[in-house]
Design a protein around this ligand. Structure first.
Ligand code: GLU
Length: 424
């Protein structure tokens, strides 16, 4: 007898690393890649696990667990963010580091892929505790990072302040300023203009390109955004500027819906005052799950992994799904969406504006020469449009969905570099 697994069991069974490997295997088959290459690419080159003792404000000591996964550096130093989240696992960080390898390759950056994480709910720490944890984590991984080795950046629940502490700690260890060891820093200490809004800015360029190809009139389009962190909130701002109507947004506490549309400025003000988008005047409260299946033209998952799955993919009504989050769609859901005619712009393309602007920040750091906001914006646009077109062409050429198209393009670049370097 086959027992149907409960929803909770299915959720538990989800493993982001297995998803990342499955995505790789799917395109390896299409590309007819040598199995030994696939075997190399399945495994991160190095994974570091650290224990971080932190003196809490009450005098006790708590030990936090942190990771840094360095997946592949054939194209250049490892690159990728660090997340502080209570549900961080080693397999999650490994998956995210592999996704960074493909993302940097899609974006045309001279970088490989890395990712870090600390198992912690940063909202439960005081600012002083958060600083001690950030410094402790960075000093624990200091010997495996560096501007030509591995360059961390912000991710879920880390920000420019955390990057300042990372950079300062590393500079203290070295004995001189090393701005280029971390990106996403505040502008006052080596950050780039435009880095804070870059993920959403890049996403808006990609949406404009996709709209042209798919003949979507953005001025008549409705949008739902799941997640209201850096990527989600600024996506609201930029898509509103393009004339789209954002009818639903959400955060970890729940979602809001208004058929008339939600103003970015007003929702942000409410979130700043109350700590959540929930309770916004004139909007109906909805759940995060309801948001995903709303009758909208464009759906932007901008929270965490594993949101569009085989359980809800058939109910998605949007024509275009744009992944601001990393890994929100499972491979089974990809197949369902593709068969229903839904276009998914994959994370490794859609949210690559963040790491692309990190690259521009790093270039400015190592040259010691800083750019205007206009120059950053123009360069980002040029690079995003180029990446979109390359992925679109590959997708057409192989008659596949856009994730596979992006993977074929990215994996091809990484494998070429590995072959040239004599790794295989
Ligand atoms: N954490 C972001 C990402 O997932 C940015 C990484 C970076 O700037 O290095 O793409």
């Amino acid at each position: 007898m086959v027992l149907e697994k409960s929803f909770a069991e299915k959720e538990q069974a989800y493993n982001p690393y297995q998803v990342a490997v499955e995505q790789l295997e799917r395109v390896a088959e299409i590309m007819k890649l040598d199995p030994s290459i696939v075997e190399i690419l399945k495994h991160p080159k190095r994974v570091v696990t650290v224990a971080i003792p932190v003196r809490m404000d009450d005098g006790t000591v708590r030990v936090f667990v942190g990771y840094r996964s360095q997946h592949n550096d054939a194209l250049g130093p490892f690159k990728g963010g660090v997340r502080f989240h209570p549900n961080v696992t080693l397999d999650e960080v490994k998956a995210l580091s592999m996704w960074m390898t493909w993302k940097c390759a899609v974006a045309g950056l001279p970088y490989g892929g890395g990712k870090g994480g600390v198992v912690v709910d940063p909202h439960k720490l005081s600012k002083a505790e958060l600083e001690r944890l950030s410094r402790g984590y960075f000093s624990a991984i200091a010997n495996v990072v560096g501007p030509y080795q591995d360059i961390p950046a912000p991710d879920v629940y880390t920000d420019a302040q955390v990057m300042s502490w990372f950079m300062d700690e590393y500079s203290k260890i070295k004995g001189y300023n090393v701005f280029g060891v971390v990106t996403g820093k505040p502008v006052a200490i080596g950050g780039s203009l435009g880095r804070d809004t870059a993920t959403a800015r890049g996403l808006s360029f990609v949406v404009e390109e996709a709209a042209k190809k798919l003949r979507i009139n953005l001025k008549e389009s409705s949008v739902a955004i799941q997640g209201y962190g850096n990527a989600g909130s600024y996506t609201h701002m930029f898509l509103e500027k393009l004339g789209a109507k954002v009818v639903a947004v959400s955060d970890s506490k729940g979602g809001i819906y208004s058929a008339q549309g939600l103003s970015y400025k007003d929702v942000m003000e409410h979130k700043k005052k109350t700590g959540s988008v929930v309770g916004f005047k004139g909007a109906k409260t909805i759940t995060n799950d309801e948001l995903l299946t709303l009758d909208v033209d464009i759906l932007v998952p901008a929270a965490l992994e594993n949101q569009i799955t085989q359980n809800n993919a058939a109910k998605v009504k949007a024509r275009l799904v744009v992944e601001a989050a990393n890994g929100p769609t499972t491979p089974e859901a990809d197949d369902i969406l593709y068969s229903e005619g839904v276009t998914v712009i994959p994370d490794i393309l859609a949210n690559s504006g963040g790491v692309t602007t990190s690259y521009l920040e790093w270039v400015q750091n190592i040259q010691g020469y800083y750019w205007s906001a206009e120059k950053v914006d123009e360069t980002l646009k040029e690079m995003m449009v180029r990446a979109f077109r390359a992925v679109w062409e590959t997708t057409q050429k192989y008659s596949v969905d856009m994730r596979k198209g992006a993977y074929i393009y990215a994996v091809g670049r990484v494998v070429e570099a590995m072959k040239l370097r004599g790794w295989i």
